[in-house]
Design a protein around this ligand. Structure first.
Ligand SMILES: *Cc1c(COP(=O)(O)O)cnc(C)c1O
Length: 382
């Protein structure tokens, strides 16, 4: 079976994890700060907080943004559920802005219209989570121009896009946003098994992110230092945080994985180009490319034009090809329907979903395997 995505682990990764097991602290040692610094260096940003998943990263990003009951957070319906769930974890409502069918990312026009309506209704969102679907950046400059006048906190869900660029800068560097979140799940560009991070250029947000990720407890930034002089044991809880820490085992893996990231991206770009070449005569819509953004090619998604997606999907699975579908629109899940959403609410995301098909793409996928995938697809479409 050729999977749709797969991690790549080498001897350096294994040795790094074994070294932690044999010689170092398993948690709260030096590996996590080193990994955070390496991510800061890679992304050219000042603050990074590593946590135990991308979902935790989204949760603390919303908390640091001040999202709470009575607030609304907007995101794209074409994403993994976590992009919206983070609002619900904070007791806020989630809402969606439909996608632009050309980019499959949040529609800038749709956002502009919805902001006008929300302003008129006095229900502007507290934060917006934009998702760089498949690894291609949203139009961040235009989005920030729309949201900044309202003081809306802009969070980038960069789970797909680590290693990609936008206007020449690394996606995740927060040039046009307040925070950006990463995931290191094994199907993502680099892995720590489970893991995630939040990056920000804002020291105040960074402070809050650390607190929310570590029980709300601090030893160093206490409220009345004079009152606790000489109390070496003293720490204090300042808010209700969580234990979302990353372990040093995971961080050690992240450090060695990050060294390979640029090579992984080159391989993914070459594979994407090869797919686009091999597929160009088939009756399918290929992923668009943008002059502003170099995609990290997390996934390669085609859209069928006239064929039945279910038939094509099952025929390829029968041939041992692990195709997938990204994404079932978030608002159509029973949980979100129970909150009042329904089919028909965001028609572009729904239309796209009905025809979408994700082909296998990961660094060790061979040219022969890609040709096999495309030939199998050809056969099924004929
Ligand atoms: C993977 C993913 C997440 C969640 O990351 P985890 O590390 O699995 O919690 C969030 N958003 C998007 C778009 C993702 O693909």
């Amino acid at each position: 079976m050729i999977p749709y995505g797969k991690h790549h682990i080498d001897a350096a990764d294994i040795n790094a994890v074994v070294d932690v097991l044999e010689n170092q602290f398993l948690t709260q040692g030096q590996m996590v700060p080193q990994f955070e610094q390496a991510l800061c260096d890679y992304l050219n940003i000042t603050h990074c907080v590593a946590v135990n998943s991308g979902t935790s990263a989204l949760h603390i990003a919303c908390l640091a943004a001040g999202v709470g009951p009575g607030d609304v957070v907007w995101t794209s319906p074409n994403s993994f559920a976590a992009s919206a769930n983070c609002a619900r974890y904070c007791g806020a409502d989630a809402d969606f802005v439909d996608i632009d069918p050309a980019t499959r990312n949040i529609s800038v026009e749709g956002l502009a219209t919805k902001l006008k309506q929300a302003e008129a209704a006095g229900k502007l969102p507290k934060a917006i989570v934009v998702v760089h679907f498949s690894g291609m950046s949203c139009d961040m400059q235009s989005i920030q121009a729309l949201t900044k006048p309202y003081g809306i906190i802009l969070i980038e869900d960069t789970a797909h896009a680590l290693g990609g660029t936008y206007q020449g800068r690394k996606i995740g560097s927060c040039h046009f946003s307040d925070m950006s979140i990463l995931s290191f799940h094994p199907v993502k560009a680099i892995t720590t098994a489970e893991g995630g991070a939040v990056t920000t250029a804002d020291p105040e947000l960074a402070k809050r992110l650390v607190l929310f990720a570590k029980h709300g407890i601090t030893r160093t930034d206490i409220q009345s230092p004079e009152a606790h002089q000489g109390e070496g044991w003293y720490y204090e809880q300042q808010l209700l945080g969580f234990n979302y820490r990353m372990s040093d085992l995971h961080a050690a893996l992240g450090i060695t994985q990050l060294k390979k990231l640029d090579q992984f991206i080159v391989q993914r770009q070459q594979q994407a180009q090869r797919y686009s070449e091999l597929l160009k005569c088939l009756p399918v819509i290929l992923p668009s490319v943008s002059e502003q953004s170099q995609s990290a090619w997390h996934i390669y998604v085609i859209e069928l034009k006239q064929h039945c997606r279910k038939t094509v999907f099952n025929a390829l699975v029968d041939k041992g090809i692990g195709v997938n579908v990204h994404y079932i629109p978030i608002h159509t899940h029973p949980y979100y329907r129970s909150l009042g959403f329904n089919w028909g609410d965001f028609p572009h995301a729904e239309q796209y979903y009905k025809m979408a098909l994700t082909l296998p793409l990961y660094p060790s996928l061979t040219e022969e395997e890609q040709i096999f995938v495309v030939n199998s697809l050809k056969e099924v479409l004929n």
